[in-house]
Design a protein around this ligand. Structure first.
Ligand SMILES: Cc1cc2nc3c(=O)[nH]c(=O)nc-3n(C[C@H](O)[C@H](O)[C@H](O)COP(=O)(O)OP(=O)(O)OC[C@H]3O[C@@H](n4cnc5c(N)ncnc54)[C@H](O)[C@@H]3O)c2cc1C
Length: 394
């Protein structure tokens, strides 16, 4: 079989299809759309119940090796779970995604054996929550240029000072996966950075929730650090080398996020089709109006395209093949399709699309973030163009 044929095979093997169906049934039972709608709207009330449900299902163990008490599962499995969760939960799916990335993925990749033994089984059992604290008030795109947080060598560890912003779920986290400068005397800005697991309740850590457009019950937080001591055993990987270490995880993060976007596209299409059958105008179901049929045709085409590019990126990543270009393309396309689809979904539902009693507005608010974080689509486009051999534009 040629490489092209291998890479263009998109049918899921039976065991993956089974996993996806099981995840769909679990979501319908434990956190269907009406449940998610209510949970999202409770501003600043973190849905611990959802965390516990995910724990009971074993989903915090997806992506963590069985030898560390997890369920295993590569990036395709993680993407499928992300998609099924987001179909109902929208952005609340981050409750699973943040700890999966900052805990399971990062410690699994860069942790010492001692750190893996300490954190991975507890993460799989849902006993530890993480938050990602990379972005600083001075900017997230130029994260290296904006970085002011420093860590200075102390006795048996490091002393951290600085500020982070937008650290989602930091207020309920046990640990912050935090990037800080440990060496000022470097030739290039990406050098001299280190990754810490900062205990969120440590002395000197101040956390305050920010008001925001979507995912209202999941707090995103400002984090202040004043002389916070972090012992050596909570440094992840080799000090000074964090940036190089983090780069390979970017693909994973983009694929999971693209999975969330596909889930939102699923939810939008289902809800639009259902409403077009039940709502009547001028004596017929609104689904008979050609323009609305064209709207759902567009949503279906966007969903189809997003599904294929995301599955291809995940498939390449799971085979260990170079796929930064494919994951960047998947991230940009799927997030833009999800936002456009939710916007048309609102139009199809008319006034009900704007109502807090339906999910379209929630899908739109949550999807809107995915064009911004974890990397903006402008910056992702820069990477795509650079990969086409264009000069650096900034
Ligand atoms: C709800 C929410 C949750 C978040 N959660 C987390 C989290 O858990 N942990 C975390 O660390 N961060 C988190 N973030 C931060 C997120 O990663 C940043 O918002 C994102 O990286 C963009 O950074 P910025 O907001 O500082 O925008 P800026 O970097 O200030 O960018 C502003 C604009 O300038 C554009 N721009 C900048 N540079 C260029 C360039 N070279 N070429 C073209 N355009 C450019 C950007 O694309 C954007 O349009 C979250 C953000 C939000 C809103």
């Amino acid at each position: 079989m040629s490489t092209l044929e291998t890479e263009l095979r998109f049918e899921l093997p039976e065991e993956l299809e089974f996993f996806r169906r099981e995840a769909r049934a679990w979501v319908e039972r434990e956190c269907p759309k009406a449940w998610a709608r209510e949970a999202e709207a409770r501003e600043h009330e973190y849905p611990f119940e959802l965390w516990d449900k995910l724990t009971a299902a074993g989903y915090h163990g997806i992506g963590i090796g069985e030898e560390y008490g997890g369920q295993g599962g590569d990036v395709i499995v993680q993407m499928l779970l992300a998609r099924e969760l987001a179909r109902s939960l929208g952005g609340l799916a981050w409750i699973w995604g943040i700890t999966s990335f900052a805990g399971g993925k990062s410690i699994g990749l860069y942790g010492s054996e001692e750190q893996k033994q300490r954190f991975l089984p507890a993460t799989a059992r849902g006993e530890v929550r993480f938050s990602i604290a990379f972005t600083e008030p001075g900017g997230g795109t130029d994260v290296l240029g904006a970085m002011r947080t420093t860590a200075v060598r102390g006795d048996g560890g490091w002393v951290l000072n600085g500020n982070k912003t937008w650290a989602s779920s930091a207020h309920v986290a046990d640990y912050l996966l935090l990037l800080a400068r440990t060496d000022e005397n470097v030739e290039k800005r990406h050098q001299g950075l280190s990754l810490f697991l900062v205990p969120a309740k440590a002395e000197g850590v101040q956390i305050a929730e920010l008001p925001k457009l979507g995912m209202r019950s999941i707090g995103s937080c400002d984090v202040g650090l004043t002389d916070v001591f972090v012992p050596d055993e909570l440094v992840l990987g080799e000090p000074g080398n964090a940036w190089r270490m983090l780069l390979p995880t970017l693909n994973n993060e983009r694929i999971i996020l693209s999975g969330f976007c596909c889930g939102i596209l699923d939810g939008v299409l289902e809800d639009a089709l259902a409403y077009m059958k039940e709502r009547h105008a001028f004596g017929k179901p609104i689904g008979q109006f050609q323009i609305l049929q064209h709207y759902v045709a567009d949503i279906a085409m966007w969903r189809h395209s997003a599904s294929l590019v995301v599955l291809q990126a995940a498939s390449l990543q799971s085979q260990g093949k170079e796929c930064f270009q494919e994951t960047s393309i998947a991230k940009v396309l799927s997030s833009e399709y999800a936002v456009k689809a939710a916007d048309l979904g609102i139009q199809i539902l008319g006034g009900m699309g704007y109502s807090a009693e339906t999910d379209m507005q929630r899908y739109w608010r949550d999807a809107r973030l995915f064009r911004i974080g974890p990397v903006t689509n402008e910056m992702a486009r820069n990477s795509i163009a650079e990969n086409l051999d264009r000069p650096l534009s900034f």
